[in-house]
Design a protein around this ligand. Structure first.
Ligand code: GDP
Ligand code: MG
Length: 294
């Protein structure tokens, strides 16, 4: 039997569930999930190994109209992924919403590409069958999709069917990544994103997207201990105060949960040394995110 392999991009508005789906498909928590849009700033590459195929998923930041420099950079990243060689584009939408401006904007970006585009209707656990038919109908009028697949990234419903369909569209090809490798992101990036996820989780809306984490040092000590130095950047002193909290309690909570997850992910003991700094308006200063490998 022949072996198939290829690249699949997951695109869609922020928050439709791209990272959740990537995690569900690959079965490991490596893309960062949050209920706030724009958590995934980088292209995340995840590999799914099957007996007769290898699928490489590219989880891109949501495409949307940019509001600032960082936004522009993110849109560029997402669109460039589409234009490069991929074998299948999965366009994710939410089952509970009819096509809106954001979805139409994305469809316009992909108009005319030769790559097959799947419409993946996510979060079907939240709606009725009747409503689903209506959503499928509305989207189908906007674009000539190669396949339409309703799924729930959260429960896993129908996601195997999605995998089967993708494989049908893949060309014969080699195993691009050795078995056992699920991501090619540097561990510093994964750790920074995990910390960022916890910041967003604990601070709710008080610390908005203007948060940025750098991993400054990773030092492997003896007896299975790794010391990680990281800095959380915010824009204002008031946000810094919120992040640190009374007697440093907030920072402690963030650090504890982040540490536990990093330990689980990498299977080693972690000492996490977390700092908070206020740096004004970093979002509009290109050098910050460029130098941090965004
Ligand atoms: P992304 O911005 O497109 O990567 O979206 P995320 O994967 O970060 O998910 C955004 C939010 O939607 C999170 O709170 C997820 O738990 C939630 N979510 C994702 N998929 C599903 C789903 O199938 N059903 C439900 N009910 N929630 C989901
Ligand atoms: Mg995401």
């Amino acid at each position: 039997m022949s072996f198939k392999s290829g690249f699949v991009t997951l695109i869609g508005r922020p928050n439709v569930g791209k990272s959740t789906l990537a995690n569900q498909l690959v079965g490991q928590k490596l893309a960062i999930i949050s209920d706030k849009p724009q958590t995934t700033r980088n292209k995340i590459r995840m590999v799914l190994n099957l007996p007769d195929a290898q699928i490489i998923f590219l989880d891109t930041p949501g495409i949307h109209k940019p509001k600032h420099k960082l936004g522009e950079h993110l849109v560029e990243l997402a669109v460039s992924t589409l234009k490069k060689e991929v074998d299948v584009v999965c366009f994710l939408v939410e089952a509970s919403e009819m096509p809106g401006k954001g979805d139409k904007y994305i469809l316009k970006q992909i108009e005319g590409i030769k790559t097959p585009v799947f419409l993946v209707i996510n979060k079907i656990d939240m709606i009725s069958k009747l409503k689903l038919i209506e959503v499928i109908d509305k989207y189908s009028k906007l674009y000539d999709f190669s396949e339409v697949i309703p799924v729930s990234a959260l429960t896993g419903e129908n996601t195997q069917k999605l995998v089967e369909l993708i494989v049908q569209y893949l060309p014969e090809g080699p195993k691009y990544y050795p078995e056992g490798e699920v991501t090619d992101l540097p561990e510093s990036f994964i750790i920074a994103e995990l910390i960022r996820e916890k910041v967003l989780y604990f601070t709710k809306d008080e610390v908005p997207h203007s948060v940025f984490v750098t991993v400054d040092d990773i030092e492997k000590k003896s007896n299975n201990l790794v010391v990680v130095m990281a800095t959380i950047y915010v824009e204002r002193d008031s946000q810094k105060a919120i992040l640190i909290g009374k007697n440093g309690n907030m920072l402690k909570k963030i650090g504890q949960l982040a540490r536990q997850e990093i330990e689980a992910l990498f299977g080693t003991r972690i000492y996490l040394d977390l700092w908070v700094k206020a740096k004004k308006d970093w979002r509009n200063r290109e050098e910050y995110f460029k130098s941090a490998d965004f």
